[in-house]
Design a protein around this ligand. Sequence first.
Ligand code: XIL
Length: 385
Amino acid sequence: MEVTRRESLVLGAGLAMGAAAQAAVPGTGLGESLNRAARRGGRRFGAAIGMGRPGHVEGAFADPQYRRIIASECGLIVPENELKWGWVRRSPTGFDFSGADRLLAWAEAHGLALRGHNLVWHHPKWWPDWVTNYDFGARPAAEAARLLGEHIETVCRRYGTRIRSYDVVNEAVAAETGAMRETVFSRAMGSADDVLDLAFRTARRAAPHAQLVYNDYMSWEPGNETHRTGVLRLLERMRKRGTPVDALGVQSHIGSGNNVGDPSVFGPHDERAWRRFLDEVTGMGYDLLITEFDVNDRGIEGDIATRDRAVADYARAYLDLMLSYRQLGDVLAWGITDNYSWLQQRPPRRDGLPKRPTPYDSEYRPKPLRTAMAAAFRGAVPRRA
Ligand code: XIL
């Protein structure tokens, strides 16, 4: 096979791109890994991997078959929960890096990079109780800045250049109103914008090598208009303030709540609105990432083949659109086999059957979604150099 200059540059980037993923996918009969297909356009493909509940080593990471698929398909991973405050900061006094350390060591041993998710989940639901009940004292703004700063610096300094991309802030915009969410930190500091500004500036100082991402779940589907507008306004304000943000992470949990493939609930009008959104984001100079891709098939009826086909077609349309943006970089799936998908814990399907939102089924067989993803990567507009 002829190796283009671009490919040889990418190959030359070496281990960080995932040496394992250059090979065929063992045991599947698949010729080219998803990461290899993504790299044709100068991107990487990755997936979330997790250990289950804090304190319990369980979940996908404990499963050698899951690890094998990740190692052969991916160029990078993201810890599903192990870098969140809910894991790392279960007590006010200490930091527990046991989960993230193990994932990072495993990733490095397999030539995979690791993204940091997340430094601040700006959503009242996701703080540990001790944070929610924290006494910020007589000077709450200063104490909030100290606590946030200490956390971000500790994480960034611990991993140094081993982590080169962070979701610095996650989900700060309320989907229903488009306004900024209130948390104990925004109350203590006076405004959510001040929290975000502090978080990004601290991350830039502590990890000057890293790509800094604002990550959120506004999606292309109808019902997301208010959320999208709120995110655009936030991105505008951050540009005006000089807040150091490099990219928007588009979570891409697509299909939620809609009947995937039903033209009456999703059509060209929605697609145009989504393009307008992405054009505005990239027009402000932000790059894009797909950080948590999966396809919720909760609303799709029919047999397995029908459901898998609908998921694959819907995903293909979405990925083709996203991959037409040169500003789009890494693409990550939120789990790679159906049995470990977080969506199995969310509201069930009407027929009670497990969902099928990821590229591999629960017996570790590749599905039509995987084929659609590979085809989308192969047809992608190359990433901006
Ligand atoms: C989810 C995990 O998958 C679950 O295991 C956990 O219980 C809750 O969080 N958006 C995000 C991710 O940014 O961190 C979420 O992950 C899924 C939605």
